[in-house]
Design a binder for this molecule. Structure first.
Ligand code: XBP
Ligand code: MG
Length: 254
């Protein structure tokens, strides 16, 4: 059992930035159009499909719901892989120029954590190239170096809610789960971090605010900034009005 907070483990989509509705969803739709498919995921439909994390896994889930697994050109895995590769190209294109900003408090918290010597890792279901495409325009060309580990995408076989990606990140950091705090936005993310034994702060968004976060240390609507604080949805934030290292250390010690 470790008693000192050593590292912060950040989810990406929905946590660092609201990438789902105006990023991933739009890229999926462009890939469908580009492939001559008449599928279109509106924001509400996409919210339901987010029940499954991972773009390829989400495509398969969609085909299953439609009863269309047998109707796409076989083999289905190859169809999904190539459609998803096109989606990733559209996503990278879309993210150029920092079109989707990081959420309030993200840059401040990352810089503060680095300044006090906390180690940082990314623990995400999306690909490393998508992480770079989101963060570099927002946080500068060197920002990937802020993270000692970028645990991403297909590096593990089972995506969130399975704990595998957290186990992988902990392995790479060579830290026990009890030395870390995770920051997540969704029930699948929380299930993953919790199953890996990592205490978790949840910062919700429009797609996740009504999900079940019983095992979270604290649930808030945003990390917040001085002068523009968070609202607490579940748990106790003490005297804090925005997330900083001292709040994370306090939650860690609970
Ligand atoms: C969120 C996801 C991802 C993205 C799509 O992951 O579920 O699937 O929607 O990414 P996280 P890909 O919140 O863990 O970062 O299409 O690249 O899989
Ligand atoms: Mg997420």
């Amino acid at each position: 059992m470790s008693h000192e907070l050593k590292a912060l483990l950040f989810d990406v989509d929905g946590t660092l930035a609201d990438t789902e509705r105006d990023g991933h969803r739009v890229a999926f739709n462009r890939a469908f159009a580009g492939a001559g498919l008449d599928w279109r995921w509106d924001p509400e439909t996409y919210g339901k499909l987010l029940a499954v994390s991972g773009g390829k896994e989400r495509l398969r889930y969609f085909l299953e719901l439609k009863g269309s697994v047998d109707k796409v050109p076989p083999p289905v895995d190859e169809f999904i892989r190539s459609l998803h590769a096109a989606k990733t190209r559209y996503y990278l294109e879309l993210m150029k120029d920092g079109r989707i900003p990081v959420r309030p408090g993200v840059e401040r918290l990352l810089r503060e954590a680095l300044a006090v010597g906390l180690r940082l890792a990314i623990v995400t279901t999306t690909t490393a190239e998508n992480v770079a495409a989101l963060l570099e325009p927002n946080l500068g060309p060197d920002c990937l170096n802020w993270f000692e580990v970028i645990a991403a995408g297909d590096v593990v076989a089972a995506k969130k809610p399975a704990p595998d990606i957290y186990f992988h990140a902990l392995d790479e950091l060579d830290l026990p789960a009890t030395a870390c705090i995770a920051i997540e936005d969704s029930d699948n993310g929380l299930a993953s971090s919790h199953a890996a034994g990592v205490k978790t702060l949840v910062t919700v968004n429009e797609y996740t605010w009504n999900q079940d976060f019983l095992s979270a240390s604290l649930v808030i609507d945003q990390l917040g900034e001085p002068g523009e604080g968070f609202s607490v949805l579940q748990g106790d934030a003490g005297q804090a009005s925005y997330v900083d290292v001292s709040l994370l250390k306090w939650l860690f010690a609970q």
